[in-house]
Design a protein around this ligand. Structure first.
Ligand SMILES: *Cc1c(COP(=O)(O)O)cnc(C)c1O
Length: 432
């Protein structure tokens, strides 16, 4: 069969956008948001606290704390875990910048580690040798919904007395052996922004069972919860530790982290339906991958559901691309052949590795005339290209595939048929 990239007939004239439409918004969401706007309570915390309580109950966490975005929630989590000037965190290089960049703002540096090519999450074998006297935390990213290998990671952190911060921005609702990700480390922080699978605007949330970490996160960016009277909120004091409580009224992070209540109001509505809606996504994505099960070159990035693990809302689905099974065809050429058939969402996947970005190597945030990564006496753990081979090959070993939100098997099968056609005829695809 002649592929479209070689002048054959395209498989799709137009794509059914409804398959990808997300989040699902009903009148109930709209009413909840409008109520906040009409009552002028955007800056309040009453609804946000209800949302936190419900989110925590769903996911099985003692405490939850809403934030204005995921980036600020991760920053507060780092500070809560004691990350400060001269310290180090360990973080996989292949992730979004906001898993790690805030460490520099705290005067710390990032010792980047590699991922495994099948899970795309932190490689447990690349952690321990990076731990130094100033290592305060390991940031574990449940990448593209895939839970990290916690059975291997948790004992390493325990042994060295280091905190685990989960960046769960891709994985709201993912299970690791029956337990929700975001609740397995000492503290979970995550984005709930509009593009994520739990999508309620610009928002973030922290989860922890540790009262002290919770209070430190409050102190970092939630002055309105430290016992000061406020026009928008009843007097509210979340700080019970005497050494924290006297910081009444000014957040130690010098920032405001509170969530806009249009977001938390929508969050309360979304949460009611989210568990059922992500089950549909899981069935849809699993069906897509099952359709391609016998083929070489492109393999599913997913978990063993028999172990009680899931991919949550399956944010940013990835195919594990193995060019050696397709006569060396590059991920880029493969994707272009799929695009030519009429599927737009297919391209070399993942996130670009962070350890070689100038931000982590050269940027001088504090105008000190030297890179922030070493300006506070941190160990110089900066790494050159070639040091983290799996992360550096990410665009070659992954291909982003369509994210089906709705279980319409005939439509999903027609997509899978296009991938099948390209794989079965891969030898026709010119390498340039
Ligand atoms: C989206 C994202 C963030 C940042 O969250 P924002 O809400 O955009 O600030 C952090 N980490 C990861 C892995 C993300 O995907």
């Amino acid at each position: 069969m002649k592929l479209a990239i070689n002048g054959g007939k395209r498989s799709f004239d137009s794509e059914p956008e409804s398959m990808f439409h997300w989040p699902i918004v009903t009148q109930e969401d709209i009413d909840a948001v409008i109520d906040v706007v009409k009552s002028g309570t955007m800056s309040g915390t009453v609804i946000t606290k209800q949302f936190e309580k419900e989110f925590a109950a769903w996911i099985g966490s003692e405490y939850a704390l809403g934030f204005c975005n995921g980036t600020s929630s991760i920053e507060a989590a780092m500070w809560a875990c004691g990350v400060g000037a001269g310290d180090e965190i360990i973080c996989p290089s292949m992730t979004y910048w906001a898993s790690a960049a805030q460490a520099l703002k705290l005067g710390a540096t990032v010792n980047f580690c590699d991922i495994t090519p099948d899970t795309l999450t932190i490689d447990p074998k690349d952690i321990e040798h990076r731990i130094g006297p100033r290592t305060k935390a390991i940031v574990v990213v449940n990448y593209a919904g895939h839970p990290a290998d916690f059975d291997s990671i948790v004992p390493i952190a325990k042994k060295h007395g280091i905190k685990i911060i989960e960046d769960n921005s891709h994985a709201q609702g993912s299970l690791y052996k029956g337990k929700f990700t975001g609740t397995i480390g000492d503290i979970g922080a995550m984005s709930l922004m509009a593009g994520k699978s739990f999508a309620i605007g610009e928002a973030g949330i922290i989860l922890t069972n540790d009262r002290e970490l919770f209070e430190r996160a409050v102190l970092y960016g939630h002055y309105e919860r430290t016992g000061v009277p406020s026009r928008f909120n009843p007097v509210d004091n979340e700080l019970s530790y005497p050494e924290l409580a006297h910081f009444k009224g000014i957040p130690i992070g010098g920032m405001k982290g509170r969530m806009n209540q249009t977001c938390s109001a929508m969050g309360r509505v979304q949460l009611k339906y989210y568990p059922d809606r992500i089950k549909v996504i899981q069935e849809s994505m699993n069906y897509f991958w099952d359709c391609l099960a016998d083929l070489p070159g492109l393999h599913p990035h997913r978990v063993d559901m028999n172990e009680g693990s899931t991919m949550g809302g399956w944010y940013y689905p990835q195919g594990l691309y193995r060019r050696n099974e397709l006569r060396g065809l590059s991920s880029d050429r493969f994707s272009k052949a799929v695009n030519a058939e009429g599927i737009k969402w297919c391209f070399p996947g993942g996130n670009s590795p962070l350890h070689i970005h100038p931000f982590f190597n050269e940027s001088d945030l504090f105008h000190m005339g030297k890179p922030t990564a070493i300006a506070f006496g941190q160990r110089d753990v900066r790494q050159k290209a070639g040091s983290l081979p799996v992360s550096e090959s990410i665009h070659e070993i992954t291909v982003a595939v369509p994210w089906f939100k709705h279980l319409e098997k005939n439509v999903i099968r027609s997509y899978a048929d296009v991938f099948r056609k390209v794989i079965e005829n891969a030898d026709q695809i010119p390498s340039k």
